[in-house]
Design a protein around this ligand. Sequence first.
Ligand SMILES: Nc1ncnc2c1ncn2[C@@H]1O[C@H](COP(=O)(O)OP(=O)(O)OP(=O)(O)O)[C@@H](O)[C@H]1O
Ligand SMILES: C=C(C)CCOP(=O)(O)O
Length: 243
Amino acid sequence: MTTVLKLGGSLVTEKDRPETLDGRALDAAADAVADHADGLVLVHGGGSFGHHHADERGVTTTEGTHDPAAVMAVHTAMKTLNGLVVSRLHDRGAPALPVHPLSAAARDADGSLSMPTRQVETMLGEGFLPVLHGDGVAHAGEGVTVLSGDELVVHLARGLDADRVGLCSTVSGVLDADGEVIPEIRDFDDVADALGASNATDVTGGMAGKVRQLLELDAPAHVFGPDALAAFLAGADAGTRVE
Ligand SMILES: Nc1ncnc2c1ncn2[C@@H]1O[C@H](COP(=O)(O)OP(=O)(O)OP(=O)(O)O)[C@@H](O)[C@H]1O
Ligand SMILES: C=C(C)CCOP(=O)(O)O
């Protein structure tokens, strides 16, 4: 049983304050993850580490940079956050290992992503907990663009033939126009109005981008908040189911 879980950057960082961790939220998430580390691949987002630097330099998933200093600003911040996530997992006895996408992934000129997953699969097979993160990615014709954690989740879920996918963010699910959690989404058009009415909160497309990408997966995906993380990892449905 393979599960791919993303801890949102908005969950584990203070998204409005550059390079600021939400230590309490990360501790709570790490507790739940450490209890269910078997067969788990973890991805985390950028929050105030990645998005702040990418935004400042005008780098998005489609607009790239050829400035190595700009790439390093994003990548170094993301590695810092990744190191914090990995070490909090180690504190709880979880066998976490970092995987840095900039060193392995690439995009074609049309933006399509390639990245090997055999290293992740082998780590899983050997009992480790791979921890990937949103990052920069070499992009033909663009230099380096942003690779979101959401995109990584989708790529890993396909490459590893995952059984379940979870996106844990600060919200308890995908919300409708009245702020209620939508229990299930099967078609983007059914929820386009609710999602379209919200502002994108970051350089990688916010909630609308997540739902679009999750709908392309074979595996069932759940979007939920921190209160439902332990239940999701224990096998229960949580938040909004996207299938
Ligand atoms: N219809 C919606 N339902 C739920 N959240 C929405 C909706 N529209 C916009 N949002 C916003 O999307 C945010 C979640 O997306 P965001 O990309 O910020 O999360 P994340 O994945 O945790 O962060 P990061 O991208 O840094 O990893 C919520 O905090 C909320 O403000
Ligand atoms: C901005 C960077 C580098 C990471 C973006 O990942 P996300 O927070 O999952 O969208």
